[in-house]
Design a binder for this molecule. Structure first.
Ligand SMILES: [Fe+2]
Ligand SMILES: [Fe+2]
Length: 317
C-alpha cells in the first residue's frame, strides 16, 4: 500500500517517522494541517522579506560611486528578487496561491523582516547591510538547508550560496572605505551604529517570548532557537568588526571566557515591537512602493496570462 492511501493514524505515524529519521517531507506526502500552515507562513514571510529587501539597497543603484559598485549592487539586488521567486514557488508546492500571498503582503496581513523598515541614508549602508544584514540572514538560513520540508531546504542551499557573496561584497566595500579618507571611515562607523541593534533584532523575539519556536523545532522546520542564532551571529561578527576597525555600539559587549561567548547588552524590544507592528521609520513607504509596483505590473500579468492561454489553445488543437 502506498503511503498516500493509508488511513489517517498511519499517515500521521508515517509523517512523524519521516521527521524522526531526518528525512524530508515532500509535496506529495501527507502532512498535518498545522505543519502546512506553519510552513506557508514561514516561507511567505521569507519570500516577502527578499522582495521588500530589494528597496533599501535599490535606492542606491543610480548613485553608486563607480561602474564596478553599480554592477555589484545591481547583481545583488537582482539576486534578492530571485530568492523571492524560488520561495514563492516553494510555498506553491504547499497549495498556497502566489497572488494571494502578494495580496496579504500589500494589505499588511503578512509580515516581512523588520530590518527592511529602516532607511538607507548613505552609501556605507550598502556595505553594512551586506556585512550585518546578509550576515545575520546567513546565520538564520544555513541551518534551514536541513529543514524538514524538502522544497524549502533545497531553495535555501542556493540562496545561502548567494547570501555568502552578498556578505563578502559588503565587507569588501567597508574594507575599501576604511582604507579611504577620515570622512569615509566616519561614514562607515555612523552606519554601523545605526544598523547593529536592528540586525540583532532580525533573529526575532527572545526564546521565552517566541510563540512558534517549540513546535517548529519539534517538526525540525527550525534547528536552533532565536537566542542561539543571535549569539552565534554576535560571536562571528565581533572579530570581523575588530579587523575592520569599527566599534560596535554596545558598552556591555565583552568576551566571557566562562561561557566561551560574547556577552552583550539588552535589546530594545519596545523598538522591535513598534517596527513589527507597522510603526517603523519606513513601513508605510515600503508597502506603498510594493503596492504601486503590483498595480503598475497588472498589464504584464494580463499579457502573460493571455499568451499562456493562446499557447494552451494551440497545443490542444
Ligand atoms: Fe536574499
Ligand atoms: Fe542577500
Amino acid at each position: 500500500m502506498s503511503p498516500a492511501t493509508l488511513p489517517q493514524p498511519d499517515l500521521q505515524r508515517h509523517f512523524e517517522r519521516t521527521i524522526e529519521r531526518d528525512q524530508r517531507i515532500e509535496p506529495r506526502d501527507w502532512l498535518p494541517e498545522g505543519y502546512r500552515k506553519t510552513m506557508i507562513r514561514m516561507i511567505a514571510q521569507h519570500a516577502h522579506s527578499e522582495i521588500i529587501g530589494m528597496q533599501p539597497e535599490g535606492n542606491w543603484i543610480t548613485r553608486a560611486p563607480s561602474l564596478r559598485r553599480k554592477a555589484i549592487l545591481l547583481a545583488k539586488v537582482q539576486d534578492e528578487a530571485g530568492h523571492g521567486l524560488y520561495l514563492y514557488s516553494a510555498a506553491e508546492t504547499l497549495g498556497a496561491d502566489r497572488a494571494e500571498l502578494t495580496e496579504k503582503l500589500i494589505s499588511g496581513k503578512q509580515k516581512y523582516s523588520s530590518i527592511f523598515n529602516y532607511p538607507t541614508l548613505t552609501f556605507a549602508d550598502v556595505g553594512v547591510i551586506g556585512w550585518l544584514v546578509d550576515g545575520a540572514a546567513i546565520c538564520n538560513q544555513v541551518p534551514l538547508c536541513r529543514s524538514s520540508y524538502g522544497p524549502y531546504a533545497r531553495a535555501m542551499i542556493r540562496i545561502c550560496k548567494e547570501e555568502s557573496f552578498h556578505q563578502r561584497q559588503g565587507y569588501e566595500l567597508l574594507l575599501t572605505m576604511m582604507r579611504g579618507t577620515p570622512r569615509q571611515r566616519d561614514m562607515v562607523q555612523e552606519s554601523v551604529d545605526r544598523w547593529w541593534w536592528p540586525s540583532l533584532m532580525m533573529f526575532g523575539p527572545p526564546d521565552a517570548e517566541s510563540p512558534h519556536t517549540e513546535q517548529s523545532m519539534a517538526w525540525k522546520i527550525k534547528r536552533h532557537t532565536n537566542d542561539e542564532l543571535r549569539q552565534r551571529f554576535v560571536d562571528m561578527t565581533v572579530p570581523q568588526a575588530e579587523m575592520l576597525g569599527v566599534s560596535l555600539p554596545d558598552p556591555d559587549l565583552k568576551w566571557n571566557a566562562k561561557r566561551g561567548h560574547y556577552d552583550f547588552g539588552e535589546i530594545d524590544w519596545s523598538e522591535f515591537k513598534q517596527v513589527v507592528s507597522g510603526n517603523g521609520p519606513c513601513n508605510a513607504q515600503r508597502v506603498a512602493h510594493r503596492r504601486a509596483a503590483h498595480t503598475d505590473g497588472a498589464w504584464v500579468r494580463e499579457a502573460a496570462a493571455a499568451y499562456a492561454a493562446k499557447r494552451a489553445g494551440r497545443s490542444a488543437a
